[in-house]
Write a protein that binds this ligand. Structure first.
Ligand SMILES: Nc1ncnc2c1ncn2[C@@H]1O[C@H](COP(=O)(O)OP(=O)(O)OP(=O)(O)O)[C@@H](O)[C@H]1O
Ligand SMILES: [Mg+2]
Length: 233
């Protein structure tokens, strides 16, 4: 491979310096992220914004192939650092080929999961693969900077739900659990607490939205907050 076929994310270019707006939806499995990301994207389009709707892990052909490895139930275990680096490899591809160009064009990017999920699942949920949560978070953040060049969301909606309710929704929908959902509720309880700790640390960016209500009530609340943010910008 020649060097000019390799692209990387320039460091120190946060979303604040780009014309677009980067919004993420986060939460445990089944909390309604995909449902609400789609609804938010429609609401913002109806309000006249150009919107790119995407998801992680995935969003591009290379990243979707990495997603298949990460969610494969046939894979019984993988090293903690392998799992982290696969998520971040998927993110590097996603940011450089899809998200950053859309933000440079001035679009609103609505993304289903991003760094907060990596921190909640791989640091809090996995308890850092044997290292302390705080050290795992630090390692993940540093590697994430390499993957993203420092690009991250300005506004995040954390759909907060009891993980057992989220798993029930998947059962009702007749869907079998993926590799991480198969970890069970003790793992997912730690993930939920991790998300809430992240929200407490960054209350301006992360809006906690109770996710037990109706789809319509939640989507109206999210659209109201997102439009208010965009109007204030
Ligand atoms: N507010 C809600 N009340 C009841 N059911 C809901 C609600 N929101 C979403 N659902 C249903 O719950 C299931 C999970 O929703 P969705 O796929 O949006 O969650 P998710 O957070 O994206 O899950 P995953 O993490 O597994 O991708 C779907 O069948 C969806 O139709
Ligand atoms: Mg989803």
């Amino acid at each position: 491979m020649t060097t000019d076929s390799v692209s990387f994310n320039a460091v120190n270019q946060s979303t604040g310096q780009l014309p677009g707006t980067f919004i993420t939806l986060e939460g445990v499995d089944g909390s309604g992220k995909s449902t609400q990301a789609a609804a938010l994207s429609v609401a913002l389009k109806n309000a006249g914004f150009s919107v790119l709707l995407s998801r992680e892990p995935g969003g591009t052909p290379v990243a979707e192939q990495i997603r298949d490895i990460l969610l494969d139930r046939e894979i019984e275990s993988m090293a903690w650092s392998t799992e982290v680096l696969l998520y971040l490899a998927s993110r590097a591809e996603h940011v450089s080929t899809l998200l950053r160009p859309a933000l440079e064009r001035g679009e609103v990017v609505v993304c289903d999961r991003f760094l907060d999920s990596t921190l909640a699942y791989q640091a809090f949920g996995r308890e850092g693969g044997g290292v302390r949560v705080i050290e795992a978070m630090d390692a993940i953040r540093r590697a994430n900077d390499l993957a993203t060049g420092g690009l991250g969301p300005e506004l995040t909606f954390l759909l907060d739900l009891d993980p057992s309710e989220g798993l029930n929704r998947a059962v009702i929908a007749g869907r079998s659990p993926d590799r991480l959902e198969g970890e069970g509720t003790v793992f997912l309880d730690r993930v939920r607490d991790g998300f809430l700790a992240l929200a407490e640390a960054e209350p301006d960016r992360i809006h906690v939205i109770p996710a037990g209500g109706t789809v319509t009530d939640i989507s109206e609340e999210i659209a109201r907050r997102a439009l208010s943010y965009l109007q204030r910008k």
